[in-house]
Design a protein around this ligand. Structure first.
Ligand code: COI
Length: 358
C-alpha cells in the first residue's frame, strides 16, 4: 500500500452559526437526501495530506477540468452511526471501512488516507453533529467518506491532487418490502482484473443502465453474475448476496470482482456462531434454479450497510420466473435482528464489532 504521507497539522474546526436541524422531518426521510450541519475535508497536494478541517456543510467549488469529472478517480465508503438508549453513539466495525477505503485507493492509484486522521475526523464530526443521530430501530446516521481527484488537468493520467471528505445523512430504511430481481445474462458489474472489489464510483455508474432495463421489466435489482460465463451468482444490486438452500446459506467468496462487504462478513461470522451453516463458495445459477424447482430454495437476500438485509421475494432467470416461499423464522429475519441489535447495543457484542464515539 502507498505510504500515507501527511503534514502534522492539528484538526481545524469551524462550527456552523445556524443549524438546519429544526427544518428536518426525521420521521419522513428519503435515503441520502438530507445532510448534517458539518463536513470533514482534507486535501492532498505536494505529496502529502494537508490540514484536516471540519467546516459547515457547503457546496464544493471545483474547476470543470478537475480529473474526477473526466476519468472517474473516485472512491467511497458507507458506514452507519447509531444512538443507544443512553445517548451514546456507536459505529459498526469502522476499522473495516477505514481499511477498505485504502484498498480501494490503492486500486484506483490514489493516496491512502491516514488511519489516525480518519478516526479523529470521524469522531469529531459525529460529536459535533450528535443531535442528528436519532434513537429508534429504524434510525441511523449514514456516513459517507469519499476521495475524489482534484487536479485541474484533462490529461488521462493519475491525479496529483485529491480531496478526502466525510458527509453524513440521517436515514431510515433503504428498501421497503421485498424485491424482485433478475439474474444478469448480458451485462456485468465487474470483470477479472477490474475494479469490482474496490468501492469505486464507476462500478455503480456502470450498473445503472442494466438496472434501468431490469426496472422496465418489473424487477428492482439485477443479480450480477460473473462476466465470463454468467454462470455464477456474485452480487445483488449494490449488495452482496446470500441464498438459503434447505438449511444452508450460500454466498460467493470475495474476489477481485466482488466487494468484501462488512455486512457480508459479519453475517457469516454471526451465522457460524448461531450454528447456521454457511458455505462460502462459487454459487451456480443452475443449482439455484434447480433448488427453486425442487422447493429447496427457501430464501434469497442482499446484504449491505444501507439495507443491512434486503429480502428478495422473486427472481427471473432467462425469462423464467420463480417465487420464493414465505418461511417462518426466516434466516433473513434472525440475521437482521441479530446484527441490528448488536449495532444498536441492544444485545451483547461478543464479536467486539461496536466502537463508541468518544
Ligand atoms: C451499501 O449498502 O453497502 C452501500 O454501499 C449502499 C450505497 C450504494 C447506497
Amino acid at each position: 500500500m502507498r505510504k500515507q504521507y501527511r503534514l502534522t497539522m492539528a484538526l481545524h474546526i469551524e462550527k456552523t452559526t445556524k443549524s438546519k436541524i429544526s427544518e428536518v422531518d426525521f420521521n419522513n426521510l428519503t435515503f441520502g437526501k438530507i445532510f448534517t450541519d458539518h463536513m470533514f475535508e482534507c486535501d492532498y497536494e505536494n505529496g502529502a495530506w494537508q490540514t484536516p478541517q471540519i467546516v459547515p456543510y457547503h457546496p464544493l467549488i471545483l474547476d470543470p477540468s478537475a480529473k474526477v469529472f473526466h476519468y472517474g478517480q473516485a472512491i467511497f465508503e458507507g458506514m452507519k452511526a447509531y444512538k443507544d438508549d443512553n445517548d451514546a453513539i456507536w459505529l459498526f466495525r469502522p476499522d473495516q471501512n477505514q481499511e477498505r477505503i485504502n484498498k480501494s485507493a490503492e486500486r484506483l492509484d490514489m493516496p491512502a488516507f491516514p488511519k489516525d486522521l480518519f478516526f479523529e475526523g470521524l469522531n469529531e464530526l459525529l460529536k459535533l453533529d450528535k443531535d442528528w443521530v436519532k434513537k429508534g430501530q429504524d434510525n441511523a446516521l449514514y456516513i459517507r467518506p469519499f476521495i475524489i481527484a482534484t487536479e485541474l488537468c484533462v490529461s488521462a493520467s493519475t491525479s496529483n491532487k485529491y480531496k478526502f471528505m466525510i458527509i453524513c445523512s440521517p436515514v431510515q430504511s433503504y428498501y421497503t418490502g421485498e424485491v424482485k430481481v433478475v439474474f444478469a445474462d448480458k451485462y456485468s458489474r465487474s470483470a477479472n482484473g477490474g475494479v469490482g472489489a474496490a468501492k469505486a464510483a464507476g462500478n455503480y455508474a456502470g450498473s445503472f443502465y442494466p438496472t434501468k432495463l431490469a426496472n422496465q421489466q418489473g424487477f428492482q435489482q439485477v443479480v450480477w453474475t460473473d462476466s465470463c460465463t454468467h454462470e455464477f451468482l456474485e452480487e445483488a444490486g449494490v449488495m452482496n448476496v446470500f441464498f438459503r438452500v434447505n438449511d444452508t446459506l450460500l454466498t460467493a467468496p470475495v474476489s477481485e470482482r466482488i466487494l468484501d462487504g462488512v455486512t457480508r462478513k459479519s453475517i457469516i461470522q454471526f451465522c457460524e456462531d448461531k450454528g447456521i451453516k454457511v458455505e462460502v463458495r462459487p454459487v451456480k445459477v443452475t443449482e439455484i434454479v434447480e433448488a427453486a424447482r425442487k422447493g429447496e430454495l427457501l430464501e434469497m437476500f442482499g446484504a449491505g450497510t444501507a439495507a443491512v438485509v434486503s429480502v428478495i421475494g422473486a427472481f427471473s432467470n432467462k425469462g423464467e420466473n420463480f417465487e420464493l416461499p414465505k418461511v417462518e423464522n426466516s434466516f433473513a429475519t434472525i440475521i437482521k435482528k441479530g446484527i441490528t441489535d448488536i449495532q444498536r447495543k441492544k444485545t451483547e457484542d461478543k464479536f467486539g464489532w461496536t466502537y463508541r464515539v468518544k
